[in-house]
Design a protein around this ligand. Structure first.
Ligand code: RP5
Length: 171
């Protein structure tokens, strides 16, 4: 059996600061739940640009299939990664400044034609959805993962069907 450090990650979860992990954890939790191999690390476009480019340049040869990149403020990490690799990049805006994530949403979503970043919602919902979307893409060529995904969706459906307002609404 391979140890965690021996398993090659297929998804990378990057973030501009350790402080972003409070949000990006939602992506890690989903990948963990589905048993998708991943790595999570801090890479900043502004503070570690050389490391960011080295990461992007080696992403494909290291076997990464998807990069999820979260950042707040003037969030350039997702776009700059996308500029340096053809591995698909999913961007997650994080509310880290007085502009509450709108700044990072606009920074991530307004990519020039030819260098796409798939942009998700601001915050933890976006981080979780980025990971679910990664699972959906990987599941297209992995029947075991597809079965897990269908079971996960069915569980979400059953949760809603079990919800009742009987104790809340006036009789
Ligand atoms: C961005 O600046 C990071 O993604 C983070 O959201 C924000 C603030 O960084 P810290 O000062 O919390 O490290 O690059």
């Amino acid at each position: 059996m391979k140890t965690k450090s021996q398993i090659k990650p297929v998804v990378a979860v990057l973030m501009g600061s350790r402080n972003d992990y409070a949000v990006m954890r939602a992506a890690v939790d989903i990948l963990h739940e589905f048993g998708v191999s991943y790595e999570a690390r801090v890479v900043s476009a502004h503070r570690t640009p050389d490391q960011m480019f080295t990461f992007a340049e080696s992403a494909a040869s290291r076997g990464l299939r998807i990069i999820i990149a979260g950042a707040g403020g003037a969030a350039h990490v997702a776009g700059m990664l996308a500029a340096k690799t053809t591995v698909p990049v999913f961007g997650v805006p994080i509310a880290a400044t007085a502009l509450q994530g709108l700044d990072s949403l606009f920074s991530i979503v307004q990519m020039p034609k030819g260098v796409p970043v798939a942009t998700f919602a601001i915050g933890a919902a976006g981080a979780a959805n980025a990971a679910i979307f990664a699972v959906q893409i990987l599941a297209a060529t992995d029947s075991e993962l597809q079965a897990k995904l269908l079971a996960w969706r069915a569980a979400r459906r059953d949760e809603v069907l079990a919800q009742s307002l009987d104790d809340e609404v006036p009789a």
